[in-house]
Design a binder for this molecule. Structure first.
Ligand SMILES: Nc1ncnc2c1ncn2[C@@H]1O[C@H](COP(=O)(O)OP(=O)(O)OP(=O)(O)O)[C@@H](O)[C@H]1O
Ligand SMILES: [Mg+2]
Length: 364
């Protein structure tokens, strides 16, 4: 596994009962996944280290998106790499990603690549205002983007973000009603399974909570699954793929996708028959996929900046605690909690007591 963060940790944890062994590549020796297997400590772009990892395993996967895609392609010539490097390449670049959405008929935001100050005016003519200026690459948790309501603010955003490697993209700002995500999985035999849509709440660009099942029309779910199916098939994808959507006037607008297990699917550990982590591993190791149906209603809440106190949280019925073993730092996801209940009414009784306890610290 390339990357040893919390996703790697939860993947490896899910792999233990399947009898899988893991080797990680991570720049840090005591990353969250390091409790689950040996770590090759090296930068992600260290070619020798990546090949050393590949030489030690049967299949290479990644839990971190900002790898050199050309390096992954090289490795893929020698070892099975899943999800396929093309999926990583497309997901790494918001422009390629949105162009692929367009090509496959997946509705997305209006967008224009911006390479210089002179492009801004023409770009705004396409997107309108407010618009969101984003770096094409390396964005996460809302970093590398700014919302601008007028030309002066857009100019200020440009001054701040220009020079980002990979350039910028301008999108229209969607006044969405809700945010949804779909976790999909495709195995080596091309069998596809979907988890129910999740409804997500972001604060300052950072995922705060995720609730399943999202309360949406069957039509909306069907559309999301259709879009995911097109993407999975086109990319000859194997593993878990997450797609984030905005819902506006009852219609889906794809925001982005991630070629990996996803924060908006962490509830699946307790709330689904088979977790997204186990299904990713089943898919890439050639095993049949597990059932994705829910075991109840669930809410996931991230701990941002620092962990909450564990004791009072575990007094709440159906609550499960996840400590990623990461040092506290403003705006950093250091853990999450999932509440599972037999009904929406029961979940809603627990929710306020849970939410007040969960830290969301973004500045020191
Ligand atoms: N075009 C847009 N219109 C309205 N809101 C947006 C738009 N783009 C982003 N946002 C808001 O900012 C959040 C983060 O944006 P996005 O998912 O594009 O960035 P990210 O930094 O890659 O996030 P992630 O943590 O999912 O990787 C979105 O979930 C949404 O709430
Ligand atoms: Mg996102």
């Amino acid at each position: 596994m390339i990357g040893g963060g919390q996703l790697g940790r939860m993947l490896a944890w899910a792999g233990l009962p399947l009898g899988l062994d893991f080797v990680f590549l991570d720049p840090s020796a005591d990353s969250p996944a390091s409790a689950f297997g040996p770590v090759i400590v090296a930068p992600f772009e260290d070619r020798e280290a990546v090949f050393k990892l590949a030489g030690a395993v049967d299949v290479v996967t990644y839990e971190f998106e900002n790898l050199a895609a050309h390096l992954l392609r090289e490795v893929a010539a020698a070892r099975l790499v899943l999800p396929p490097p093309l999926a990583l390449e497309v997901s790494q670049d918001r422009l390629l990603e949105k162009q692929l959405f367009q090509k496959l008929g997946v509705p997305t935001t209006r967008f224009v690549p911006v390479s210089g100050r002179d492009d801004l005016e023409a770009a705004v003519a396409t997107t309108g205002l407010p618009a969101v200026l984003k770096t094409r690459r390396f964005g996460y948790d809302g970093r590398g983007q700014a919302v601008a309501g007028d030309a002066a603010l857009l100019d200020a955003a440009f001054q701040r973000l220009m020079g980002a490697p990979g350039g910028l993209i301008l999108e229209n700002h969607v006044s969405f009603e809700r945010e949804l995500s779909l976790i999909a999985c495709r195995d080596r035999a091309a069998e596809i399974r979907f988890y129910p849509l999740a409804e997500n709440v972001h604060q300052q660009g950072i995922l705060r909570s995720s609730r399943v099942p999202a309360d949406v029309d069957a039509e909306v779910s069907r559309a999301a699954m259709g879009y995911a199916r097109s993407l999975l098939t086109h990319l000859d994808y194997v593993g878990v793929l997450a797609i984030e959507f905005f819902l506006k006037n009852g219609k889906l607008i794809a925001n982005e996708m991630a070629p990996r297990v996803h924060n908006t699917g962490h509830w699946s550990i307790e709330a689904a028959e088979t977790s997204q982590f186990e299904n990713h591993l089943r898919a890439i190791t050639g095993l049949p996929l597990g059932e994705t149906r829910l075991r109840g209603e669930a809410l996931l809440v991230n701990a941002v900046g620092r962990l909450p106190e564990i004791h009072p949280l575990l007094e709440l019925p159906g609550v499960h605690f996840h400590d990623y073993r990461k040092a506290p730092r403003p705006a950093r996801k250091v853990g999450h909690v999932t509440a599972l209940a037999a009904s929406a009414a029961e979940l809603e009784k627990v929710m306020p007591k849970l939410l007040v306890q969960m830290p969301f610290e973004t500045v020191s």
